[in-house]
Design a binder for this molecule. Structure first.
Ligand code: CTP
Length: 396
């Protein structure tokens, strides 16, 4: 089964204050071109109205099991048949308990029972309710039943307490949807990724950096998680939100990135070096802010260690993937880089077609030659790259 992004999502809303965040989720889903069919429980309608959801999704919202407007009179069968996946957000403790036992006394629980497609739930509740052994038993049972549990998060709660039980943010849920339709090609693998730029301080307020946004590395981290890998992300400074189920280590300089990678690399099966690591750093950064003068300022730069080359040279090291960002002679320079760094696989990309953008054009280069990927979003490219990596690992 290849990766197939969700096109039709059945979004179930149950009774919880986090239902207000689901309104934003619907907006984001529609913006992504996903067809959203909202189904709400009676309790959900106490928190947010079907009219709001109808306006945002552009479709009638279903709330009633006995809705006679569907031709065959069986909305539970019809609606679940049409969906690529079902997401319940927020999923209340009560609703999770109900689906654990196969309860079917309203439209949403009935269509969960009647589904053939994958089911995801995004729990949202007070921390004591989440920690209660009954809820934890239900979560474990849902996982055993191949239901995907997205979150919850830790933080401030509507009840005034702080703890585990907040629903994940709409952007995070959106990024995690792929988990339902992605084959688990990397199950059991440990994968380490570097992403983003590094920042080399000149003095306490100025730095040398580059235009990397981190989007490619973060997309790969998210896709690898969806494929079942245990992912660690070492990230330079970016404006991005780290994927929820990925251990993220924040660093600033190339030196810090080097140390963070070296400390974690012995346990890894795969290392993907996406970061645009600065090749040089100021030889003696000022401890105080440099004062301006009339004269030309000369900065002396010292070379940084090449993290990828060092990891690729390790005995029994992980399977290494490099990125080659070039502004000209793409395939030639990238192929040379692959051989110089002794990598099984390098990903070639032209700087002006990819750096800082949402889309990219990538060419994979391995021992067998060049494999150009179609121009696509970084999310889709991340999946295609990881499928290629999984294939190479299987053959090795
Ligand atoms: N890389 C690294 N450590 C460095 C420099 C680069 O790990 N100090 C990794 C990058 O993450 C990338 C690959 O090496 O996967 C190639 O990076 P790139 O900047 O394209 O190449 P360089 O080796 O720096 O060569 P040049 O800048 O001359 O193109």
């Amino acid at each position: 089964m290849a990766y197939t992004p969700i096109k039709k999502l059945l979004l179930g809303i149950t009774g919880g204050i986090a239902a207000y965040k689901t309104a934003e989720l619907v907006r984001l889903l529609i913006k992504q071109g996903i067809d959203v069919q909202v189904v709400m429980t009676k309790s959900a309608c106490q928190f947010i109205t079907p009219v709001t959801m109808q306006a945002l999704s552009g479709k009638r919202v279903f709330t009633d099991m006995w809705d006679s407007s569907i031709d065959n009179g069986m909305p539970h069968i019809e609606l679940s048949r049409q969906a690529d996946a079902i997401l319940i957000a927020p999923a209340s403790a009560d609703f999770m308990a109900k689906i654990v036992h196969g309860g079917a006394d309203d439209l949403l629980s009935t269509l969960c029972l009647a589904r053939e497609c994958p089911l995801m739930v995004a729990p949202a509740m007070n921390r004591q309710m989440w920690e209660n052994p009954a809820t934890q038993r239900n979560v474990a049972q849902l996982e055993q039943d191949a239901v995907f549990i997205l979150g919850p998060d830790r933080g401030e709660q509507a009840c005034g307490e702080t703890g585990m039980g907040r629903m994940l943010e709409p952007e995070q849920l959106l990024a995690m949807l792929d988990v339902a339709t992605t084959p688990k090609l990397l199950a059991g693998k440990n994968l380490l990724i570097t992403a983003g730029p590094t920042m080399e301080m000149i003095d306490p307020v100025r730095a040398i950096t580059n235009i990397s946004s981190g989007k490619m590395g973060y997309s790969i981290a998210q896709a690898a998680w969806a494929m079942g890998a245990k992912v660690t992300l070492v990230s330079g400074p970016t404006a991005l939100t780290p994927p929820p189920d990925v251990e993220t280590v924040h660093v600033v300089s190339a030196g810090e990135m080097h140390d963070a990678v070296m400390a974690r690399v012995p346990l890894q099966d795969i290392f993907i070096s996406v970061a645009a690591v600065a090749d040089y750093r100021p030889a003696s950064p000022g401890t105080q802010k440099l004062k301006k003068s009339e004269h030309t300022l000369t900065l002396e730069l010292s070379p940084n260690e090449d993290i990828l080359t060092k990891v690729a040279a390790m005995d029994h090291g992980p399977f290494c993937v490099g990125f080659a960002a070039e502004s000209e002679q793409l395939i030639e320079y990238a192929s040379q880089k692959r051989l110089r760094k002794q990598l099984p696989l390098i990903v070639a990309n032209l700087v002006d077609e990819s750096m800082g953008k949402d889309d990219a054009t990538l060419t994979l280069i391995d021992d067998r030659g060049d494999h150009p990927l179609p121009q696509a979003s970084k999310t889709v490219l991340a999946h295609l790259l990881l499928q290629h990596v999984a294939g190479m690992l299987e053959e090795s």
